[in-house]
Write a protein that binds this ligand. Structure first.
Ligand code: HXC
Ligand code: NAP
Length: 275
């Protein structure tokens, strides 16, 4: 399915979309969908190499692109990236807070600095982008989309640091929706399920267990970067102009209480009992 079959292909023409972590994975998928609808893209990440590859890909779709090598933990660096974005492409209309760090680690083995690193990248980094982008978003009456995760509301093994960071992000989102709504700025979170071919899945889905895990998802598949890109485009569009302060889950049902192992065990036990 292609986004231009459903949305006007100049929907975001002349509008600037700023994406932290936009050089790979889900966030690059989001960038591709906005690019296809005419947006100017500004992407942030640490690796120059990844930024160069993503820039080339987005330019090939026809987008104006600027890339900034910056660490979201460094507030002055993000301020600079946002100022340069305004100069090169115009004020930011949509801010995507997508940069994140993740590794599986039992809480009992996690070092304080390991916990802090994830909080600093995900939560503090998201606040940095919002704070530095506020003036431009007020000017455009724009919107912010936070990329959260199921760990924000469901405990997952070896994800204490990520759960704390993403829960903080969703709460930050609600506070900003409340405070910045009067300026015309909307704020929402997206919770992706496991997305095929991404670094997150490489890190968290043990090799060889993909088929088993797919069966534990009610819709029976992992998601794609386009699943999240399409939702982002909708949330940033005028179709969503009355939507703010929400967490929207796009996970094929993976995080429904009772999905997965619980349901499968019950089904197995009921089948056994009725034999
Ligand atoms: C235990 C670890 C660790 C690991 C790092 N640390 N990796 N502890 N197990 N595998 C600890 C280190 O020992 C150190 O603590 C502290 O974390 C900081 O490590 P650095 O390497 O110095 O950190 P830094 O260079 O800042 O890198 C951040 C990072 C890294 C998060 C650790 O993995 C990263 O840059 N990741 C970005 C890409 C990424 O994670 N993408 C996936 C996002 S997916 P000490 O105490 O030794 O100093 C996602 C949700 C997926 O977020 C959901 C899927 C379903
Ligand atoms: P990814 O490709 O590794 O995306 C993370 C991006 O953030 C990378 O471009 C990375 O680039 C950048 N980044 C990391 N630390 C940074 C820092 N300190 N400063 C600036 N940029 C930084 O992983 P992904 O799996 O697609 O995840 C993207 C988003 O979706 C994350 O918010 C993640 O939590 C969320 N999510 C993913 C899944 C999934 O299934 N993959 C599920 C739920 C939620 P550099 O390393 O070059 O800096």
């Amino acid at each position: 399915m292609h986004i231009t079959s459903y949305f006007a292909k100049d929907l975001f023409r002349g509008k600037t979309v700023f994406i932290t972590g936009g050089s790979s994975g889900i966030n690059l998928g989001i960038a591709r969908n906005f690019a296809a609808l005419g947006a100017n893209l500004s992407i942030v990440g640490r690796s120059q190499e990844k930024l160069a590859a993503a820039t080339a890909e987005l330019k090939a779709i026809g987008a104006h692109v600027v890339a900034h090598s910056a660490d979201v933990r460094d507030y002055p660096a993000l301020e600079k990236a946002l100022q340069e974005t305004n100069t090169a492409l115009g004020p930011v209309h949509t801010l995507i807070c997508g940069a994140a760090g993740n590794f599986p680690c039992p809480a009992a083995d996690l070092s304080p600095n390991g916990f802090k690193s994830v909080i600093d990248i995900d939560l503090l980094g998201s606040f940095h982008a919002c704070r530095a982008g506020f003036a431009q978003l007020r000017e455009t009456q724009g919107n912010i989309i936070f990329i959260s995760a199921g760990m924000a509301f469901m405990p997952y093994a070896f994800q204490a640091h990520v759960g704390a960071a993403k829960a903080g992000i969703d709460n930050l989102m609600r506070n900003l929706a409340l405070e910045w709504g009067p300026f015309g700025i909307r704020c929402n979170s997206i919770v992706p399920g496991p997305i095929e071919g991404t670094e997150g899945v490489r890190r968290l889905v043990p090799e060889g267990s993909g088929d088993l895990l797919r069966k534990a998802i009610p819709l029976g598949r992992f998601g794609t970067p386009d699943d999240i890109g399409q939702l982002s485009v909708f949330l940033a569009s005028p179709l969503a102009s009355y939507i703010t302060g929400t967490v929207i889950v796009a996970d094929g049902g993976q995080n429904l209480p009772g999905s997965g192992a619980w349901t499968q065990l019950i089904a197995t036990e009921i089948a056994k009992a009725s034999r």
